[in-house]
Design a protein around this ligand. Structure first.
Ligand SMILES: Nc1ncnc2c1ncn2[C@@H]1O[C@H](COP(=O)(O)OP(=O)(O)OP(=O)(O)O)[C@@H](O)[C@H]1O
Length: 320
């Protein structure tokens, strides 16, 4: 078993009296064991529905899902103790301290009391345990929610948009917490529609649109396949250099005094310019970011929007 989560052709349709909405359509994805895995997609692309199916909170129409090699939902009781999740905002008692809230929860799920201090420390709330929940910032509240999921020491943590509504400091706190959990060997599956957030923390990603997989793999590989590579070129005579390069078929744009040249072969730029007596003082690859890769992948009109998911849209199969 080499995956924490695997889905094959997973499909979920929501039916109402007038509409049939395909939320997840044939999703096949793999979350490797250990590390942080970003689950990315625009709003409405089916992330929450997928997570709900993994946790037994929604029943798939067809397809299969496995958590640690156990088929879910039927074998979920065999693995649920290895899974911690935040899908909706958890409820804590505002008048209780963070510690009291966790002690109460630990008692309810049968975790030892000592675990409370461990999870407070793991989420960097050790010195705030005696403060009342009501006085917590949103970032601290979210870290307390993560602390609660850690009480039973799960191997897989599933966080659905955990940084929604947080300010930059809160986002950083949650991100650091996820990163350290991944570094400890836990598998963290984190959904987001905010690419920049996941790019900084994820080792691997699955990108979905319209409830189906668009791309999956190591962040670096996805960035590598993100389209045209570019290099930023410093040269004494940028105007002449631009003329030379354009004449040789390179696409050239300006970035201040530097040229930005599209190529997969930076040496070709050096050769061309040197052939005209122009010497390169700086040649730096422009790294595409996940945002660009994501936008390129989801450029298809309105991915994730509701419009084409209604009855008669892109869906192909039967309803629930
Ligand atoms: N209980 C439900 N009943 C009917 N339709 C639903 C239900 N839950 C989700 N949907 C629809 O299914 C589609 C996928 O929604 P889902 O919440 O899974 O996407 P998401 O990627 O998590 O989006 P977001 O980031 O906005 O939460 C959307 O069109 C949504 O309106």
């Amino acid at each position: 078993m080499d995956a924490a989560v695997r889905t094959v052709n997973l499909r979920k349709t929501y039916l109402s009296r007038t509409t049939r909405r395909v939320a997840v359509q044939g999703l096949t994805m793999t979350v490797p064991l250990g590390g942080v895995h970003g689950f990315l997609g625009p709003n409405g692309s089916g992330k929450t529905t997928t997570i709900r199916m993994l946790l037994g909170l929604a029943q798939p129409d067809s397809g299969t899902a496995e958590v640690f090699g156990e088929s879910v939902p039927d074998r979920l009781p065999h693995v649920i103790d290895r899974v911690g999740a935040i899908v909706e905002s958890p409820k804590f008692f505002p008048a209780f301290t963070a510690r009291q809230n966790l002690v109460l929860l630990a008692g309810a799920i049968g975790s030892p009391r000592e675990r409370v201090d461990e999870v407070l420390a793991a989420t960097h709330l050790g010195d705030r345990g005696r403060d009342r929940y009501a006085g917590f910032s949103l970032g601290m509240k979210q870290r307390l929610a993560i602390a609660a999921t850690l009480l039973k020491d799960p191997d897989l943590l599933i966080f659905d948009e955990p940084t929604n509504g947080l300010d930059p400091a809160g986002i950083r706190e949650v991100r650091d917490t996820m990163r350290s959990l991944g570094a400890q060997g836990k598998t963290v599956l984190v959904s987001s529609h905010i690419l920049a957030e996941v790019e900084q923390v994820a080792d691997t990603v699955s990108i979905i649109g319209h409830g189906a997989l668009l791309a999956e793999g190591h962040v670096s590989d996805i960035l590598g396949g993100a389209g045209v590579s570019q290099v930023r070129v410093g040269v004494a005579s940028p105007d002449r250099a631009a003329t030379v390069l354009e004449a040789e078929g390179f696409g050239v744009t300006r970035d201040g005094g530097l040229l930005v040249v599209g190529t997969d072969d930076p040496a070709a730029i050096t050769r061309s310019l040197a052939g005209h007596g122009l010497y390169v003082s700086e040649l730096v690859p422009v790294r595409p970011d996940l945002e660009s890769a994501f936008l390129a992948l989801t450029a298809d009109e309105g991915l994730g929007s509701d419009a084409d998911r209604l009855a008669g849209g892109r869906s192909t199969g039967g309803a629930a």
